[in-house]
Design a protein around this ligand. Structure first.
Ligand code: C2E
Ligand code: CA
Ligand code: CA
Length: 763
């Protein structure tokens, strides 16, 4: 009997040692408190082992000491365990110090027993097998010991009860099992304490409690809790979820799933049928365990988009146990994506493609249809700024919408149509569909009408045949745009083609631009001089006009190269060269023709690129020429931009002694009103601009008045383009003081001009 208990106790101790080691190694926070508790259970059992197996009274006494002190240690460990387990470590929960004080006091008073004998003694008891068992005789100290331990145990039990009551049901299991173990162990222990039955069998309860605490504290997972949570997650998730058995019969669906598959009550079996009706057979037997597919259901505005994700479930032996299907409604996401895509690729005002997207689509279309011939069309509304200014931006916007609408109604699905920028649109159309006379007819009468206003829009089309498919779309549109610039009679022609002429022009531009530098160096580019006469017919000066004596193309008039260089900015090189040449001539004339002046042209572009004033000042300084000999011709367009600054420049010229001439007066925008503020000395009135007026009597009056006005403003009038004696005479009568034109002479090479001077003088 005693041997049996000894063996049982030994086994308990062994198990507790194992639990202690395992708990100590656990990375969990509760690991250390559990290890301490497990370890603390060893002394009481060890004590009882000594009592049961004691060969004499002393050994039994030692056993009792180990047992009692061990119980205090158990209490120590229990409180610490309870605090961490129930309240979580590190939450600031501390064991009140007086409890440790009590336990320490109890241990001391127990250890004093050998001297005082106030705690316990033993009496020998003859057992059935004639062995002696030393039964405990309790005294007052023993009662103190019991009170302390029971109070602490009661406290710990109370903590557990409070925690159980405070926590949701799913968590209670975790606490209640340990609580019940503690209560049972406590009761069992009490039975032995108070019944005086020899051999404390309740130590077995201690061991079992230790094992239970070890397991529940460290390894137990609240499965019901997990269960509940997982099913909550499944029910609450936004996707529809279906669970199927191995025969693909639905056995469960969450709320969303029930709604989607129209499951009523618990008629889950219907779900499989309904799902197949909606999405077709989503799962093919040969396919992998998990598959994701997209499905579109319905059409038109009610179209819905779903993502179906089906996963097979297998047990540990890889046996197929069923599957689940998640169905996600992605309609909103798809729509949002489509909307975003639309906004990124469509112009807000007209709903047409944006330029970038149009280019992209055209590039795609051209490469996808290598055998179809396409035309690239650039549409431009002429003077659209004026439409905006006169009728307001709302009308302007509406007009653009009308053009967009026209395109939508006129063009087939094979065409691509977009807004390139402000008032320009782009089209890519199969050549076979392009009916030029129809389009010409339509757009020549493009009228935008609202309740308040009606306006005839001047719409023009530039067309480029997209024959080179590897060319950049933007370049094709540039060419179509370029074609527009060839329209001369803009009221009768609305469609222009990029043709050989334009191509030639482009090549020409490239050729002469590449040659300009050399042409200046080698003096192929040189000034011709056209005489300027006074009212007596005497030559008083000349205008320097550029000519290019080209080694290959021969004599080039400025019309062939000046506009090209005006456009690309190279005009600056031409003008600087011409100014220098004029200065060279003037310096040569210093002795022979000291009274003659030369007028030079200044392009509006010059003002953008160089400091015209210091450039010209430096030249006259270099050649020692009086500034009044080099006259400055500027056109009205110079004044169009940055008028204040340009006036300032002209003033500086005049203050420096130069004479400033306003060229081509009447050709552009300048008003007579502007004239009074213009810091100019000479007004060049071009007869060819007046020639535009059909009524020659009217033209005469205009010239006369301009001449009078200029006189009143103290500005010298110069008429250019004088071709006949009659013109010369009547202009002189009107009071014009200077004349230039074929009547006197065409522009002449410098040598010829000098000969001309001599013959004129001789006459
Ligand atoms: P512009 O400055 O108005 O020059 C006058 C133009 O009228 C010259 O044409 C001249 O030959 C022409 N002309 C003169 N008298 C008559 C006439 O009685 N009847 C007719 N029908 N025409 C006459 P050109 O030399 O061909 O120059 C054309 C334009 O080229 C010039 O017009 C000027 O704007 C520009 N240009 C010429 N040389 C230069 C230059 O060196 N620099 C700049 N920036 N432009 C220049
Ligand atoms: Ca001129
Ligand atoms: Ca002129």
């Amino acid at each position: 009997m005693r041997i049996t208990f000894c063996i049982i106790f030994l086994m308990m101790i062994l198990i507790l040692v194992i639990c202690t080691t395992a708990a100590w190694r656990s990375p969990k926070k509760i690991g250390k408190p559990v290890a301490t508790l497990e370890a603390s259970l060893i002394p009481p059992i060890l004590g009882n082992l000594m009592i049961v197996g004691a060969p004499n009274e002393l050994a039994a006494h030692i056993g009792y000491y180990v047992y009692f002190i061990g119980m205090d240690l158990v209490m120590f460990a229990l409180i610490q365990f309870a605090v961490v387990y129930c309240m979580g470590a590190g939450n600031g929960q501390k064991v009140p110090k007086f409890i440790y004080g009590l336990l320490t006091a109890d241990m001391i008073q127990i250890l004093l027993n050998p001297f005082s004998g106030h705690v316990f003694d033993t009496e020998p008891l003859i057992m059935d097998d004639n062995s002696v068992y030393h039964r405990l005789l309790s005294y007052i100290g023993q009662i103190f010991h019991r009170v302390v331990d029971y109070c602490i145990l009661a406290g710990v039990i109370l903590i557990f009860i409070i925690i159980i009551l405070r926590n949701p049901r799913v968590y209670r299991e975790k606490y209640s099992i340990i609580l019940i173990t503690m209560i049972l162990a406590g009761l069992w222990q009490s039975f032995y304490v108070f019944s005086h039955v020899p051999i404390d069998r309740s130590m077995i309860g201690f061991g079992i409690s230790g094992i239970m605490i070890f397991y529940f504290a460290l390894y137990y997972r609240p499965l019901r809790l997990l269960d509940r949570m997982l099913s909550d997650i499944a029910s609450e998730m936004p996707e529809a979820l279906f669970v199927f058995d191995p025969n693909r019969i639905c056995i469960w669906a969450n709320e969303q799933g029930r709604r989607l598959a129209e499951i009523h009550g618990s008629n889950y079996e219907k779900a499989s049928e309904n799902l197949i009706r909606m999405f077709g057979n989503s799962k093919q037997p040969s396919e992998p365990d998990r598959q994701v597919i997209e499905r579109t259901v319905g059409s038109g505005a009610g179209t819905k988009y779903y993502i179906l994700e089906e996963q097979e479930v297998r047990d540990e032996k890889q046996k197929f146990t069923g599957s689940y299907l998640r169905v996600r409604d992605v309609t909103e996401e798809k729509r949002k994506l489509k909307r975003e895509m639309y906004n990124a690729t469509h112009d807000t005002l007209t709903g047409l493609y944006t330029r970038e997207y149009l280019y992209q689509r055209i590039a795609e279309t051209l490469s996808a249809n290598p055998d179809t011939e396409y035309l690239i069309i650039f549409i431009d509304v002429k003077n659209f700024k004026i439409v905006n200014d006169i009728f307001g931006n709302d009308f302007g916007d509406y007009a653009l919408q009308c053009i967009a609408e026209w395109g939508r109604n006129t063009l087939s699905d094979d065409c691509l149509y977009g807004r390139l920028a402000g008032d320009t649109f782009g089209i890519c159309i199969p050549k076979a569909e392009f009916d030029s006379s129809y389009i010409e007819d339509k757009i020549s009468n493009f009228v935008v009408k609202t309740e308040k206003a009606e306006h005839h829009l001047l719409v023009q089309l530039g067309v480029y045949a997209a024959d080179r498919k590897n060319m950049d779309v933007s370049v094709m549109f540039d060419r179509a745009h370029l074609a527009l610039s060839t329209i001369k009679d803009e009221y009768h022609t609305h469609v222009a083609y990029y043709d050989t002429e334009i191509r030639q022009q482009l090549l020409w531009n490239q050729e002469i631009s590449a040659q300009l530098h050399n042409a200046i160096e080698s003096r192929q580019l040189c000034p011709y001089l056209q005489p300027i006469a006074d009212s007596s017919g005497k030559t008083v000066g000349a205008e320097a006009l550029a000519r290019w004596i080209h080694p290959e193309h021969g004599f080039l008039s400025p019309a062939l190269f000046i506009p090209v260089f005006e456009k690309n900015g190279m005009i600056v090189e031409v003008d600087k060269h011409m100014w220098r040449c004029a200065c060279e001539i003037l310096s040569r004339w210093e002795t022979e023709h000291p009274d003659l002046f030369i007028s030079v042209n200044i392009s509006p572009k010059d003002f953008y690129f160089i400091d015209v004033v210091s450039e010209i000042k430096n030249l006259v300084n270099e050649f020692h020429i009086p500034p009044s000999k080099l006259r400055i011709e500027i056109t009205e367009t110079v004044m169009m931009n940055n008028a204040d600054n340009r006036m300032e420049i002209l003033n500086i010229f005049r203050q420096s002694g130069f004479i400033v001439e306003m060229d081509d007066f009447g050709s552009g925008y300048s008003s007579l009103n502007m004239l009074k503020d213009m810091p100019v000395d000479v007004l060049k009135i071009d007869m060819k601009f007046l020639g535009r007026t059909k009524d020659s009597g009217k033209a005469q009056k205009i010239v006369k008045n301009i001449i009078h006005l200029s006189k009143e403003l103290g500005i010298t009038a110069l008429t250019e383009g004088v071709e006949t004696e009659k013109q010369y005479q009547s202009l002189a009568e009107m009071g014009c003081s200077l004349f230039q034109g074929y009547y006197f002479s065409k522009p002449l090479p410098v040598k010829e001009f000098e000969t001309y001077l001599k013959t004129a003088q001789a006459e």
